[in-house]
Design a protein around this ligand. Sequence first.
Ligand code: SF4
Ligand code: SF4
Length: 333
Amino acid sequence: MLPIVQNDSPTGVVTPFSQRIRANGERFLRRELSELQINLGKLCNQTCTHCHVDAGPTKRRENMSADVARRVMELAMETPSLKTIDLTGGAPEMNPHFREMAKLFRDAGIRVIDRCNLTILSEPGYEWVAPFLADNGIDVIASLPCYLEDNVDSQRGEGVFTRSIEGLRRLNELGYAVPGKTDGRLRLDLVYNPTGPHLPPAQDALEVDYRRELRNRYAIEFDSLLAITNIPIRRYAQYLRKRGVFDDYLKMLADAFNPAAIEGVMCRSLISIGWDGRIYDCDFNQMVDLSIESPTVWTIESLSEFVERPIALADHCYGCTAGAGSSCSGSLT
Ligand code: SF4
Ligand code: SF4
């Protein structure tokens, strides 16, 4: 029997994901631990409709404490296999330990990614963010679901597009995504996710469109475009249910199941730590509180304990394996 764990409450809408994996003869274990995703909290200056974190500025005050932040830094620094630390939220910059954490990891030569929503760069009190990121060689991954204002504002809130463009200009001025640079420093990658209940189009072709439009309209440069499928959990699941298309969306994902994507799904090489110190197989499992043994930063000795360990699966995993596959770093195949 393969070590596969299924959510206690599969949706019943599609063949349970774990069954599909088993039928495919896959061993769904974590192979290595090269990336650590740290979710610093649910506090955010935006309230996007597709947000799987359910983040926001007023109702969601959950934020990582000093004790948890210290323990996370300790565990990470004792894990030499880690190549990348992905700081996410909410708006991760709104956590008081963001700077200390980012600096510690950069000083240790680890790549640090800030999942930046761009509008935080012009938020009163957060003017320090852009220069801090540039000075410390922190890469930025930023959501921009379209190069057209109306589409962005309808998903992310009124005025978000204009402020996002301002944020991108600021990052370009500070040396992000300078055309022709070869040192690999200060990467600026953009994230596309569909505004409707469908799969993202081909990433490469979309990147060409984004580059042309952002350059011609706004003189903005970026490195790569990452096309990410919307995972049907939390606020996005509510959005689908309100429109009566949740089942159709899940079926569409399951029908587009691509076995070639299984190898590259992010949980095979990553773990995700929540603001409260609980540890999950990925950010999505974190958001639905799905894990096998409910580990926390206080109950483990080392992050290496998660290598060669089974991963908790549920029907939302079809979002990672549909079509070209999807992870926090874009298409997989
Ligand atoms: S999607 Fe990102 S920017 Fe939007 S509310 Fe969620 S955490 Fe904030
Ligand atoms: S949602 Fe994706 S990354 Fe998370 S456990 Fe499922 S397949 Fe892995």
